[in-house]
Design a protein around this ligand. Structure first.
Ligand SMILES: C[S@@+](CC[C@H](N)C(=O)[O-])C[C@H]1O[C@@H](n2cnc3c(N)ncnc32)[C@H](O)[C@@H]1O
Length: 347
């Protein structure tokens, strides 16, 4: 079977030089070209809001500390939101603790342009103004910063949206960030209407699914202190149209386009390492794809066969065929995009 996997490899790995120039889609502070990690999601409606506006979730890893079953039980819209995110290509993780996430099996090798925790809150332990309660929340945010600061790509940012009135301002999140060498870049008013479909959630107790009053709140944007020094000169350049388009958006177009019909759910599941790898190497021209793609296809085979020893091998070949079809459609997509670009440049 390893040989069969090998036969398909050359169809599937990405051409290193395939890069398409295209404008990124921006939603407030977030771009479709950013690798974005969302931490402490409630009903995953914030992740969905971004993915819908990007028309793809390929650049999004959305996580909750809760298990899938708990999320579904807690929030009535969660299942629909998660299904939609999955179809848009987002990576969904459960059991991700903001205090230790750097060590999480699916995250320890990953770096992000944005690590975002909206309205961190450790749960309801008494009056929010009690010193002890404030300390519990501060410990959570402090540990989150410790992890997030080590998960950033160059020029990456850690974002925390937070209420700015008492007692929340006494968490002093700037000071907590500074303990992880993070410096405040800016603090921008958080407006619910910037994220259509997003529903802020209490996230704990019997009323988990209810919203909490936002009042005055901001998105605090932090950068590593070393980046902060350079950022004044780089800031404008960062917001110009990037020269390279990561491949996720193109992939997402392929995977959300309905013709021809494919059962990409099973294909995604069996070849999860392959898709994760495509996502994480997207836009990086210097990756050695050949060896890693072979390994990821082999992992897919192992998953297929160990899940159910009675399975027929033809089922695996069908999945490889599906992956090949996806790959061909992706190549076709790039060919068309490159033609369009040549056309625009008058070549
Ligand atoms: C106020 S809710 C906000 C939920 C969501 N971010 C939103 O904006 O609707 C706080 C969230 O933090 C999560 N949380 C609490 N402790 C956490 C931890 N150690 N790691 C990750 N998430 C945590 C809760 O499960 C809850 O979803």
């Amino acid at each position: 079977m390893a040989e069969i996997a090998g036969m398909y490899e050359h169809h599937i790995f990405m051409n290193k030089s395939t890069q398409v120039i295209e404008e990124a889609i921006w939603t407030k502070h977030y771009s479709s070209n950013h690798q974005i990690l969302l931490v402490g999601e409630g009903d995953f409606s914030f992740a969905l809001s971004l993915a819908v506006s990007f028309r793809s979730g390929f650049n999004i890893v959305a996580s909750s500390i809760d298990s899938y079953d708990v999320v579904i039980r807690k929030y009535k819209r969660a299942k629909t939101n998660l299904d939609r995110l999955y179809k848009l290509g987002a990576r969904l993780l459960y059991g991700v603790d903001a205090r230790t996430m750097k060590l999480h099996v699916d995250l320890h090798m990953r770096k992000f342009d944005r690590v975002v925790y909206n309205f961190p809150h450790a749960g309801f332990f008494g009056k929010e103004s009690d010193h002890g309660v404030i300390m519990i929340h501060r410990n959570l945010v402090c540990s989150f910063f410790k992890n997030a600061s080590r998960m950033l790509r160059p020029n990456g940012e850690v974002h925390v949206s937070h209420k700015t009135k008492f007692p929340f301002n006494s968490w002093n999140i700037e000071e907590l960030a500074s303990q992880s060498c993070l410096t405040l870049l800016e603090c921008v008013e958080f407006k619910l209407e910037d994220y259509p479909g997003y529903n802020n959630k209490r996230g704990d107790g019997l009323r988990s699914d209810e919203p909490f009053p936002l009042g005055k709140c901001c998105t605090f944007k932090f950068v590593l202190s070393s980046t902060a020094k350079k950022s004044t000169t780089l800031h404008h350049r960062n917001h110009q149209v990037p020269l390279e388009i990561p491949l996720q958006r193109a992939n997402a177009n392929l995977f959300t386009n309905h013709a021809p019909v494919i059962d990409s759910g099973e294909c995604f599941r069996i070849f999860v390492e392959y898709f994760n790898h495509a996502r994480s190497t997207y836009g990086q021209p210097d990756c050695n794809l050949f060896g890693s793609v072979s390994n990821h296809l082999r992992s897919g085979f192992q998953r297929y066969i160990t899940e159910d020893h009675g399975r027929q091998l033809i089922g695996y070949v069908n999945l490889l065929e599906e992956l090949r079809r996806l790959s061909e459609r992706r190549i076709e997509f790039f060919r068309n995009r490159l033609r369009e670009i040549d056309h625009r440049r008058g070549l």
